[in-house]
Design a protein around this ligand. Structure first.
Ligand SMILES: *[C@@H]1O[C@H](CO)[C@@H](O)[C@H](O)[C@H]1NC(C)=O
Ligand SMILES: *[C@@H]1O[C@H](CO)[C@@H](O)[C@H](O)[C@H]1NC(C)=O
Length: 328
């Protein structure tokens, strides 16, 4: 419709022929007839070209949108800041506590702790050592309370955020304790399976369970969790991937691919590092931080959608299958 009316307008505009007045001699009516024919041909040609270009641009646009809708939503990262991180911290839980402060839970028997860390320097501002037999895991902050779960136990601890004093032990109903996060109302928990739990922060009872799926396939090995902008982000253990999960239905609707961080550390000779683990979100400044177990660096990252065709199999790269080996 728009094309037709444009053509009409252009034809109208081309009809008053300037050459008609400027060239007096030979059969002026014939000349005006030909120049009119010529002009209208040129105009028609230009219009047809315009229509073809417009059509092809819009069909390309639709093709792009169409394939995007079906394509995986993949994100790569840009490192916007690097901060020192304790290379002896076997990071199992990480969160941003405001005022350039992080709270971190570390694992390994005899080395487990909850700590308050200065973001800029990586310095430990206070530390609560756990019992030698305890293996610290996921950590989250709700109000003034830090909640922490432990590995291979159905127990966890609640700490005061100001002095890290451990004032309560609790039991939970997950199979194990791996990750914790909160939206301010419920606690989200993971236990290394494909289940994302929601716990009541008062009773620690499971109020909801969802099987996390990507394109219908269960996503196993869910590890450290963070609640970011209405999504639950999960490190997938033994992978360089973060799954972005909708807490409404447990669907993974996007992946963040962070391979380059661990690869760069290895190239730099940091041979003792373990897996990527630990996500923290500064809600006020919308900063996202990630690190790993025994990593010397903590990264502030920004996400960029992958725009080139992606040929890898996310199922393999992000290790969605259940792991058959014991966690260190
Ligand atoms: C933020 O941290 C600095 C340095 O640790 C401290 O001096 C300041 O009192 C803190 N501010 C708040 C609001 O906690
Ligand atoms: C930690 O702080 C809380 C109040 O925020 C207080 O009740 C508790 O006694 C303190 N614990 C220690 C060991 O200082």
């Amino acid at each position: 419709m728009a094309g037709a009316s444009m053509r009409k307008k252009s034809n109208k505009r081309s009809s008053p022929d300037p050459q008609q007045t400027s060239m007096p001699s030979p059969p002026s009516s014939l000349l005006s007839y030909f120049s009119y024919r010529y002009l209208s041909l040129v105009v028609s040609f230009v219009l047809i070209v315009c229509v073809i270009v417009l059509l092809s641009v819009s069909s390309n646009m639709w093709a792009t949108f169409g394939s995007d809708a079906q394509f995986d939503q993949l994100y790569t990262i840009e490192v916007v800041n690097e901060f020192p991180h304790d290379p002896n911290a076997f990071t199992q839980g990480l969160l941003y506590g405001g005022n350039d402060t992080l709270f971190e839970s570390t694992g390994l028997q005899k080395h487990s702790s909850v700590r308050k860390v200065a973001l800029q320097t990586g310095k430990i501002e206070s530390l609560q050592k756990m019992k030698d037999s305890d293996f610290g895991e996921g950590l989250t902050l709700l109000g003034k309370r830090l909640f922490q779960v432990t590995w291979l136990e159905k127990t966890g601890f609640i700490y005061d955020r100001n002095n890290l004093s451990n004032f309560k032990k609790f039991t939970h109903e997950m199979q194990d304790g791996w990750g914790l996060a909160t939206d301010g109302n419920v606690l989200f928990g993971s236990d290394g399976t494909s289940t994302l739990y929601q716990l009541d922060p008062q009773t620690l009872k499971v109020v909801r369970k969802q099987v996390v799926k990507y394109k219908g396939h269960e996503v196993h090995n869910l590890n450290e969790l963070e609640y970011i902008n209405n999504e639950v982000w999960a490190n997938v253990w033994q992978s360089d991937c973060i799954a972005r999960i909708s807490p409404k239905d447990g669907t993974v609707h996007a992946w963040v691919l962070l391979h380059k961080l661990r690869e760069a550390l290895l190239i730099a000779g940091k041979r003792d590092i373990d897996v990527l683990n630990g996500i923290a979100w500064d809600r006020d400044k919308n900063r996202i931080f990630v690190t790993g177990k025994l990593w010397p660096t903590l990264y502030e990252i920004k996400l960029h959608p992958v725009t080139k065709p992606f040929h890898g199999a996310i199922e393999k790269i992000c290790r969605l299958m259940p792991a058959h080996f014991a966690k260190p």
